[in-house]
Design a protein. Structure first.
Length: 126
């Protein structure tokens, strides 16, 4: 199985049974909410999603590789465990960079919406 097939499978299973062995020990991660370095921190972040979000789902729309760069286009959705149980959806893309060993050294997520837009999905327009 090549890295694109493994990533496709990880998206399908997200956030369960992720293939952390694809990531360098010092992988750099950034999204509009957080920024850190380390595979252990990456694993913890996925664990928080499993713990705090209801029915998280990561739908992969496209995946392509050009040399050591991989781009995925996706939609992340979940239900937030608030009394009114809002359904949240973020569309975006990820840019992954592979190191010389073929491991993911950098994973940067971009959203097609702002953090405020995500907040509005929780509480309505304000």
């Amino acid at each position: 199985m090549d890295i694109l097939e493994i990533l496709q499978d990880d998206y399908r299973k997200f956030p369960n049974d992720q293939t952390y062995s694809l990531y360098a020990d010092d992988v750099y991660f950034k999204d509009p909410m957080t920024e850190f370095r380390g595979c252990d921190r990456y694993r913890q972040m996925i664990g928080l999603i499993k713990t705090w979000f209801l029915n998280p789902q990561l739908d992969l729309h496209n995946i392509q590789q050009t040399g050591s760069n991989i781009r995925t286009d996706w939609t992340l959705s979940w239900t937030t465990p608030l009394p009114w149980k809002p359904n949240i959806q973020i569309t975006g893309w990820s840019e992954l960079t592979l190191n010389e060993a073929g491991l993911i050294a950098s994973h940067i997520d971009y959203w097609h919406c702002s953090r405020l837009d995500v907040l509005r999905q929780h509480f309505g327009k304000f």
